[in-house]
Write a protein that binds this ligand. Structure first.
Ligand code: HEC
Length: 120
């Protein structure tokens, strides 16, 4: 499990350097919205505030993706959460369910809907 995380983390470093070299490699927020509505909305809510229809039943409440805490994290940290999941929470891994492009798309949607107040 640990080795797998390391491999994924290394992969994301490579992905990260691709972004630095060309903005065009970034996600498409329009595509991301569709991915979000299909996979994330039930927990994170249609306002991204963590109050989705299923959130009431969860012991660990979904994060508000609009919060300063989440928005001040780097793209990297959020992508790791999406691709690996968050330990001991209902936020499971989306690796294998979403393509890398879809993860970038959904990330850009999250950023577009609530732009960070702080410069990261
Ligand atoms: C089954 C419910 C559920 C689904 C579906 C879900 N999440 Fe989550 N998500 C959570 C929970 C619970 C947390 C963890 C909250 C915590 O630990 O504070 C979380 C955390 C996160 C975080 C980390 C936030 C932070 O500040 O570190 C991100 C990013 C995230 N989710 C994005 C997504 C995206 C994108 C999708 C869809 C592809 C998605 N989630 C689908 C429940 C869900």
């Amino acid at each position: 499990m640990k080795a797998l995380s390391v491999i994924i983390a290394m992969y994301l470093v490579v992905l990260g350097s691709t972004w630095a070299s060309g903005q065009t490699a970034r996600g498409n927020p329009k595509e991301g919205q569709a991915v979000y509505e299909k996979n994330c909305l039930r927990c994170h809510g249609n306002k991204l505030d963590g109050k989705g229809p299923e959130s009431q039943d969860l012991i660990v409440r979904p994060a508000s993706l609009r919060s300063l805490i989440t928005q001040s994290k780097s793209d990297w940290e959020l992508l790791v959460a999406i691709s690996n999941g968050v330990l001991f929470s209902p936020m499971h891994s989306f690796r294998g369910k979403l393509t890398d492009q879809q993860m970038l798309d959904v990330l850009s949607y999250i950023r577009a809907v609530s732009p960070p107040d702080v410069v990261s």
